[in-house]
Design a protein around this ligand. Structure first.
Ligand code: NDP
Length: 337
């Protein structure tokens, strides 16, 4: 059994030294337990927060503790009445090959309904986040303009595609031409702006001639600076993530733009609301699935995975995601089906 633990807390961007690979034997399930074998491990931006002991909505991973994470596993051995060997389950068993579970928190997956790995992406936490943040906080109406950054990623790709289904004009922001071409060509957004271009603000303005009614915030930083002047009166801003600052060690250099932000919110009566998916919407997963499944069945939503091979590749892939090296929902193929 191989497992990655947190070797030390990162200062700024994480480095491979912050992780340590340990090996041991696979545990044996006791009465009422199952042994899970990890097939896919999800890598997600929130894990950067867990590596830090700064106050947050969830407890940090302890130094020398197992790196946490969502997984899709197969039951390798079962001494639990509800699970049989070979069952596919969604678990939260972290960065390791094998884990024991008493069944609590496991969610059975039917591989005939959807590829099991989708439970980590479009049908799981990121898709759920996109759907609830957009519909419940963003409240988009047909004809409105919706903007989302990290637009080719796990959350952003679903935000934009769902907004298209709801009749909105959708503008994505992504890093580089290849991602932007995918966002417009395959995902069907109306436009996509490359945030690495020096004239990001002008390009975004040109792509949003009627201003922005819903800005789904995944990024912060200079992307938000470009969005702020374009927000319309009564715009809604679901505040989902701020990945541009996850590795920051200090506040960005001035000028202080807080009065600009608060002044804009006041004058334009903008509603900006943060949310943490399972804390705020944990009881509404069924509603999300009921909306998504018909769209998926009708081929109206595209889903792109970025699968890297082997548990040992996890740290580098995770580090890369924090600066856009992934293209689609990032996950590790830890073992064979
Ligand atoms: P992605 O699959 O979108 O991967 C992260 C992407 O962020 C990168 O590929 C990169 O895309 C983009 N990015 C990184 N740094 C920057 C930067 N400085 N400026 C602009 N873009 C940047 O990740 P997810 O879809 O899983 O997550 C998206 C966001 O949603 C994150 O902020 C995450 O923390 C948040 N989230 C929040 C949840 C909640 O409950 N509130 C739940 C789940 C996710 P590119 O190359 O296009 O720049």
């Amino acid at each position: 059994n191989r497992r990655f633990v947190l070797a030390s807390r990162p200062k700024g961007a994480p480095t491979p030294d912050n992780f340590r690979l340990e090996t041991g034997s696979a545990p044996e399930p006791g009465e009422g337990q199952v042994l899970l074998r990890t097939v896919f491990l999800s890598l997600d931006p929130y894990m950067r927060g867990r590596m830090s002991d700064a106050p947050s909505y969830a407890a940090p991973v302890e130094v020398d503790g197992l790196m946490v994470g969502g997984t899709v596993c197969r039951v390798a051995k079962s001494r639990h009445p509800d699970y049989a060997e070979g069952d596919w389950v969604l678990a939260y068993s972290g960065w390791q090959d094998y884990a024991l579970s008493d069944g609590k928190g496991l969610f059975k997956l039917d591989p005939k309904r959807a590829p099991p790995s989708w439970a980590l992406g479009i049908l799981g936490m990121p898709g759920f986040t996109a759907y609830m943040g957009l519909t419940d906080i963003g409240q988009p109406k047909a004809g409105e303009t919706v903007v989302v950054a990290a637009a080719s990623g796990a959350v952003g790709s679903v935000v934009g595609q769902v907004a298209k289904q709801l009749g909105c004009r959708v503008v994505g922001i992504a890093g580089g031409k290849e991602k932007c071409d995918y966002v417009t060509g395959t995902l069907g957004f109306d436009a996509c702006i490359d945030h690495r271009q020096p004239d990001l603000a002008e390009q975004l303005k040109a792509a949003c001639p009627d201003g922005i009614d819903v800005y789904f915030e995944n990024v912060g930083g200079k992307v938000f600076d470009a969005v702020l002047p374009l927000l319309n009166s009564k715009a809604r801003v679901p505040l989902c993530g701020l990945i541009a600052s996850y590795n920051a060690t200090e506040l960005p250099p001035g000028p202080d733009r807080l009065p600009l932000l608060t002044g804009t919110l006041l004058k334009k009566r903008i509603r900006m609301q943060g949310f943490i998916i399972f804390d705020d919407y944990g009881d509404r997963y069924g509603e999300f699935l009921a909306a998504m499944q018909p769209w998926l069945a009708a081929g109206k939503l595209h889903y792109r995975e970025d699968l890297v091979d082997g548990l040992e590749a996890a740290p580098e892939a995770f580090i890369g995601m924090l600066h856009g090296a992934n293209f689609g929902k990032l996950a590790v193929r830890v073992g064979p089906d």
